[in-house]
Ligand binder design. Structure first.
Ligand SMILES: Cc1cc2nc3c(=O)[nH]c(=O)nc-3n(C[C@H](O)[C@H](O)[C@H](O)COP(=O)(O)O)c2cc1C
Length: 177
């Protein structure tokens, strides 16, 4: 049984932080000791029995805080059970999910040493009024303005997120494949 779990995340506009917090709270409510930090603030993985890492997808990549976390702690993460979640699609329609799965497969192929015990795609959220430069250009440039993907929405499925968090302790008990 994993006792002390690090829940860590990268985020640009906060929606991934919200999902990570819900996962942390759910695990804490089950009696696990939880540390909850942004990925760039994590100094060491010593003492953790498991790690949950979350990143949004931006143009087919993880945010750099998540990528850096993976390279900084590569040797620990080859040993400690890890669960990975990504945020991205607006909704779980089959076309978007296939596209996002391809993006995720491409990323995972580039970091083939990293073998999380579970990988999940959650629907994300976007508030175009909060966009900072250069994303703010999407509000005025045709590539963003006329694109149905760039609109204010919150597609986070809290029930699915909590159910996933509940499934983690059992998954962490298994041996890595
Ligand atoms: C400029 C931009 C590019 C994005 N690129 C992708 C992408 O390639 N794949 C995807 O699934 N989602 C993409 N998204 C959606 C985000 O991943 C989603 O809004 C996520 O919830 C944002 O997380 P954050 O609020 O933690 O930064 C993009 C969003 C923006 C604004």
């Amino acid at each position: 049984m994993s006792e002390k779990i690090l829940v860590t995340y990268a985020t640009k506009y906060g929606s991934t932080q919200g999902v990570a917090k819900a996962i942390a709270d759910e695990l804490q409510s089950k009696g696990f000791l939880i540390d909850f930090y942004p990925a760039r603030e994590v100094k060491s993985l010593s003492g953790y029995d498991a790690v949950v890492l979350g990143s949004p997808l931006y143009i087919g990549s993880f945010l750099s805080d998540a990528s850096r976390f993976l390279s900084r702690f590569k040797s620990d993460l080859e040993r400690i059970p890890c669960a990975l979640f990504v945020l991205g699609p607006l909704e779980k329609n089959p076309r978007d999910m296939v596209e996002v799965q391809v993006q995720l497969d491409n990323i995972m192929n580039r970091i083939s040493w990293f073998k999380p015990m579970i990988v999940e795609i959650f629907t994300g959220a976007m508030d175009i009024e909060k966009f900072r430069f250069p994303d703010s250009l999407l509000k005025i440039m045709p590539v963003g303005k006329d694109n149905p993907l760039f609109k204010t929405y919150d597609g986070r499925d809290w029930e699915a997120i909590r159910a996933w968090a509940d499934s983690l302790p059992k998954i962490f008990e298994k041996q890595p494949v």
